[in-house]
Design a protein around this ligand. Structure first.
Ligand SMILES: Nc1nc2c(c(=O)[nH]1)N[C@@H](CN(C=O)c1ccc(C(=O)N[C@@H](CCC(=O)O)C(=O)O)cc1)CN2
Length: 288
């Protein structure tokens, strides 16, 4: 049986380190890091993720304010709020929960976020820097994926990595990080031919297609490191990943489960990025 790496356990460890750092700041009478979360509309999954983020901030001693806008909010109202958060020196990080309601321009809204507060790593400046190998804010899920690979004991250098999915939140930046770590990277998507063969050649397989239990043993090479990014709700209400966990777990070197795998790491990396934004703001202002 391959090693099962729980993102929930890694998260507990990392969140405790952040909590101690925030507690130390409090004891020293310093300003406390703060995250602003902007949610437009009432998408049930987004509401639940935003609640999870607020709870995680509270537990880590990071301040958080959720701005819950009506689903009918205009582009201008949304962007005015982003500008206010940019101007607010108490706010270190800004997260715009995605997806936005239909009719709003996601890319234009993200571009309004100050790159210094872009803890989601989606602003074109941060996105571009990551692609140039320049230190920047990195999107949270790909950052979590790299941490999980590290915890699996996987050295990416020289390995064949296959990323299935090319979204701007996950697949595309994950592929870039793997390339930056000297893996040989293939990105697959809905138009890819011979998906099975390509995946079977992967030393590292990142599954992010949103199809429940799609990747069975026919897609997985013996000894592969498998990261399951899928979060699919079954008819009975249970969550399952894109990987057929039971079918694959004995074949691979290590695998992440769903739930308790990549999902919690997304929130943990958001906390890490918020702390990073805080540290940079403090350094920039010459200390507080
Ligand atoms: N602006 C952003 N929007 C979205 C992002 C993002 O990184 N930035 N990612 C996803 C959703 N997401 C965070 O926003 C997220 C998804 C899943 C989890 C998580 O902890 N999942 C748990 C299961 C939770 C459940 O029971 O439903 C798990 O996998 O164990 C956290 C955050 C889309 N939008």
């Amino acid at each position: 049986m391959g090693k099962i790496i729980y993102g929930s356990e890694v998260s507990s460890e990392l969140r405790e380190e952040l909590r101690l750092e925030a507690e130390h700041l409090k004891q020293e009478g310093k300003r406390i890091p703060k995250l602003a979360v902007i949610l437009a509309g009432d998408n049930p999954a987004s509401l639940s993720y935003v609640k999870g983020k607020a709870k995680a901030c509270e537990a880590a001693g990071i301040l958080e304010e959720t701005f819950h806008l009506d689903g009918s909010v205009s582009q201008k109202e949304l962007e005015d709020l982003i500008h206010q958060c940019n101007e607010n020196a108490e706010i270190d990080g800004i997260l715009l929960q995605l997806p936005l309601p239909a009719g709003l321009d996601e890319n234009h809204a993200i571009e309004q976020i100050s790159p210094h507060k872009d803890v989601d790593g989606l602003h074109p400046l941060n996105f571009g820097k990551v692609h140039l190998g320049i230190p920047a804010f990195v999107p949270c899920t790909p950052l979590g994926i790299m941490e999980l690979l590290k915890r699996m004991g996987c050295d990416c250098d020289g390995k064949n990595a296959v990323v299935v999915g090319r979204s701007k939140l996950v697949g595309e930046p994950a592929a870039r990080l793997l390339l930056n770590a000297n893996a040989t990277v293939t990105i697959c998507h809905s138009h890819t031919k011979n998906l099975k063969e390509i995946c079977r050649n992967a030393d590292i397989l990142i599954a992010a297609v949103g199809k429940p239990r799609f990747f069975n043993h026919e897609y997985v090479k013996e000894g592969a490191y498998v990261i399951d990014v899928g979060i699919n709700r079954l008819a009975d209400g249970r969550l399952t990943g894109d990987v057929d966990f039971e079918d694959v777990k004995d074949l691979c070197a290590a695998i992440t489960p769903v739930p308790k795998g990549v999902g919690p790491m997304t929130i943990t990396m958001l906390l890490e990025n918020t702390m990073k934004a805080y540290r940079e703001a403090v350094n920039e202002s010459g200390g507080l």
